[in-house]
Design a protein around this ligand. Structure first.
Ligand SMILES: NC(=O)c1ccc[n+]([C@@H]2O[C@H](COP(=O)([O-])OP(=O)(O)OC[C@H]3O[C@@H](n4cnc5c(N)ncnc54)[C@H](O)[C@@H]3O)[C@@H](O)[C@H]2O)c1
Length: 352
């Protein structure tokens, strides 16, 4: 398949590009603006691969998107490009509205113009996968899990912008017949994760004996999925997902944030002992405004209808992730030195 991937220089997008080219044998055009979150170093393995092409473009640029569709002639789109960090959305929502909503609109229109002139067979096989998040569903109480029927109830500027984009994608299917499939995935973790997100931030701070910031009392629950499992799930959704359908993606790995942090400390204490246990570095800090308490994904539709299963448990995936950060300073060192050094993000004036 010829697949146009947007946001392929980001955390999940780079795992998707590596999977598609190196394991699935697909041909990929990666369209990425290279914001602070985009990093071509995550794609080193593909740089000279004949099945991989890169275009530095903004998805909001409709003319550029039209040109890329015409030149590359994709069989499908995996749309991951987004502003993705909740904390940044709290202090600067504009970029989220622009890229996540206006950018998705621009890409949907370019895809529709391209798809509508395809020959009937390619037209019926074409897919546009809108890659979304479980955060659009809002926050859960102590029990239950999000299903594909759970109403949207986003809490943050980030999740609201993703929800808006999902509604646009769904409307482009109902109104124009564009073969859109939407995926809603839980929190990802793994190699090449930008160091401002919880797990890489904690790993790097713990490696360097720095405080380990935990929001609120650390009781918030996330449902963690290893990023390579997400890449395989997106490939499955692209190949076998039904137009107009939604698929939840998750690995049934609910953990309280504080337990994730403690587990990372234990792994590092074992792999790189320092004498003093790293749990003493845990520091509780002011909570994130609008912080959702609990997310949990029911992925039984994807498992039952499309046959996908997560391959990593949280235990195996977090061990691989910690080892990866220990072995790949060449990747994270320039980011820590030049892009993000670990400072607190996402506090409003009222919350300070
Ligand atoms: N990280 C998670 O846990 C998670 C979970 C579920 C869903 N998602 C979704 O998956 C997608 C990827 O998430 P991620 O964590 O890899 O994000 P990321 O922030 O690591 O990467 C986003 C990528 O998009 C690019 N980009 C941003 N604005 C762009 C624009 N206007 N035009 C072109 N490219 C642009 C960036 O340069 C970057 O490479 C997002 O749509 C996100 O909402 C993420």
């Amino acid at each position: 398949m010829r697949i146009l991937v947007t946001g392929g220089a980001g955390f999940i997008g780079s795992a998707v590009c590596r999977y598609l080219v190196l394991e699935a044998g697909d041909v990929v055009l990666n369209v990425d603006k290279l914001t602070y979150a985009g990093n071509p170093e995550s794609l080193r393995k593909l740089a000279r691969h004949s099945s991989y092409k890169f275009a530095r473009e903004d998805i909001c640029d409709r003319a550029a998107m039209d040109r890329l569709f015409a030149d590359f002639q994709p069989d499908g789109v995996l749309h991951l490009a987004a502003e993705s960090h909740v904390d940044r959305s709290i202090t600067g929502a504009g970029d989220f509205v622009t890229t996540n909503i206006v950018g998705t609109f621009s890409l949907l229109e370019a895809a529709r113009a391209y798809w509508s002139q395809l020959a009937p067979r390619r037209r019926s096989e074409f897919r546009f996968v809108q890659v979304s998040t479980d955060e659009v569903y809002g926050s859960l109480g102590a029990v239950g899990a999000f299903t594909e029927g759970t109403p949207y109830d986003p809490s943050s500027p980030y999740s609201a912008s993703k929800a808006a984009a999902d509604h646009l994608a769904s409307a482009w299917h109902r109104t124009y017949g564009l073969p859109v499939v939407i995926s809603n995935c839980s929190n990802n973790y793994g190699p090449f994760h930008f160091p401002e997100k919880l797990i890489p931030l904690i790993i790097l701070n713990a490696m360097h004996g720095r405080p380990l910031p935990v929001y609120g009392d650390g009781s918030n629950i996330r449902d963690w999925l290893f990023v390579e499992d997400h890449a395989r799930a997106l490939h499955t959704v692209l190949k076998r997902g039904q137009p107009g359908e939604k698929y939840n993606i998750g690995g049934r790995n609910e953990r309280q944030n504080i337990d994730v942090v403690r587990q990372i400390c234990r792994i590092l204490d074992r792999l790189q002992p320092t004498g003093a246990g790293r749990e003493q570095l845990i520091t509780f800090v002011k909570d994130r405004p609008g912080h959702d308490q609990r997310y949990a994904i029911d992925a039984s539709k994807l498992e039952g209808e499309l046959g996908w299963r997560a391959q990593e448990t949280f235990e195996s995936g977090i061990e691989k992730t910690v080892r990866w950060y220990l072995q790949n300073e060449w990747w994270w060192r320039p980011l820590r030195d030049k892009v993000y050094a670990g400072e607190r993000l996402g506090l409003t004036a009222n919350a300070e």
